[in-house]
Write a new protein. Structure first.
Length: 453
């Protein structure tokens, strides 16, 4: 017969042992020392023990710490050592002693105390939920305060750059409308506006990403969690909920409520400051003092530069093709801009379809097909271990020959893919050539330099 093996869950065993030691090794109240345990002595003992834990809970609820080990782990320790001892194990001996109590009034009072104490401890377990929520509140306060501190530098970085660019765009626009710029001067202004357009696109992207990050930092809803509100309401009514629990215990939780609400009030205060600080940015008014960008959405900050860029290109083309009206030229310039974007996208797709990485992958697959050199070595080893003419020898020899002559089915399949890839490269090269030729021809007809490089 096999021996049965019993597995003891050590963490659970340690917890039970610890709880037992707390009760049996910790001294009972002075009045009970030297006498046998009774329901009254146990009641007095656990009243004292729970009160010790609750005194530490008050300090925990005042804490503004943000790490789990500094908050939730502290509660877990208090709960384990003080709060939940009676409901976990202490009630066992207590219930036994109540049953043996001959005085009916004492037994009734002890029974009512035990029932209410169990429910009271159950209510106290919500402290764990509150401190976990409170830690989230404190983390959000810390993040918002950090963002507020960084606000002046962040916002000045965005608005300062566009103030300079906005003034420059206005100047160039006036110069262009004045009609005094030569072709070479127009080209210089065009190059400058292109740079400004790129910078405006960068600012636009940075602002949108900043707003996204700032909004992500507001993880908690503007209203207090309904579950937490209910817990605080229960704490306020502890005396009515547990009339048989000692006043020193039931009087404490109502005093915790303002401590918890203070954290939420702190969050509301810092949120107000956050919205006040980042209001112009979040409401789309960061550039209200820059006329060129004042009414533009953040995603459209590059549009003034883009529009001026088209005007400058139109002026350049007008010099090369005086026979066409400015309006016709503008339409052709705008059409060229759209075609150029499409051509750039298509060139990128074509290059990606025959990238060096894809060729290298096929070449590696070709080298490894059918096992490659390593497989030939294995087959040669098989041949050396079997006599000439044996079935094993012939089979290994034939497979080795196919691999060495690159006629193995797997090798042939990969070579087919390589041929197809080379044919695709030829077609891609031809299409790229045609795109470039058409682009250059179109650009020259407009008096513009090619823009696909």
């Amino acid at each position: 017969m096999k021996k049965r093996r019993f597995v003891v869950y050590l963490p659970a065993l340690r917890s039970i042992a610890l709880l037992s030691l707390i009760f049996f090794l910790c001294p009972l109240p002075a009045a009970a020392q030297g006498s046998e345990r009774t329901p009254e002595t146990i009641m007095e003992y656990y009243d004292t023990l729970v009160k010790q834990g609750m005194d530490s809970v008050e300090n925990l609820l005042k804490s503004t710490k943000r790490e789990k080990s500094e908050v939730e782990a502290v509660w877990d320790d208090l709960n384990e050592r003080f709060i939940s001892v009676f409901s976990k194990i202490g009630h066992i001996e207590f219930d036994s002693l109540v049953k043996k109590e001959r005085n009916e009034s004492k037994a009734t009072r002890a029974s009512e105390w035990g029932h209410d104490m169990t429910l009271f401890i159950h209510d106290l377990q919500t402290v764990g939920e509150v401190v976990a929520w409170q830690r989230k509140v404190n983390r959000e306060i810390f993040q918002l305060e950090f963002d507020i501190e960084c606000a002046p530098r962040r916002q000045a970085g965005y608005s300062g750059r566009l103030k300079e660019y906005g003034g420059r765009l206005e100047t160039i626009d006036r110069e262009l409308k004045g009609g005094s710029l030569s072709s070479s001067e127009i080209q210089k202004r065009l190059d400058e506006v292109k740079t400004i357009r790129t910078e405006a696109e960068n600012v636009s992207g940075s602002v949108l990403r900043a707003i996204e990050r700032l909004e992500e930092n507001l993880t908690l809803k503007p209203e207090m969690d309904k579950r937490i509100e209910k817990i605080l309401e229960n704490w306020s009514n502890m005396k009515a909920r547990h009339p048989n629990v000692k006043d020193a215990l039931s009087d404490a939780p109502p005093g915790w409520v303002p401590l918890v609400k203070k954290h939420w009030q702190n969050l509301e205060t810092v949120r107000e400051k956050f919205h006040e600080t980042y209001g112009p940015l979040l409401e789309g008014k960061l550039f209200k003092d820059v006329p060129v960008f004042r009414d533009k959405k953040y995603e459209d900050l590059a549009k003034p530069a883009t529009a001026l860029e088209v005007d400058l290109k139109t002026a350049l083309a007008s010099a090369a093709r005086k026979e066409k009206s400015a309006e016709e030229l503008r339409r052709e310039i705008e059409r060229d801009e759209e075609l150029t974007k499409q051509e750039i996208r298509r060139l990128r797709e074509l290059r990606d379809s025959v990238s060096p990485e894809k060729r290298w992958a096929l070449q590696l697959e070709d080298a490894r097909a059918a096992g490659g050199v390593a497989r030939v070595r294995e087959l040669q080893l098989v041949m050396s271990r079997n006599p000439d003419g044996s079935a094993e020898y012939r089979k290994a020899s034939e497979e080795a020959r196919l691999i060495q002559e690159e006629k193995h089915p797997e090798q042939l399949a990969v070579k087919k893919k390589l041929r197809e890839f080379e044919e695709l490269e030829r077609k891609v090269s031809e299409e790229i050539r045609k795109i470039r030729e058409e682009h250059e021809k179109r650009r020259k007809s407009l008096g513009l330099t090619p823009g696909l490089n």
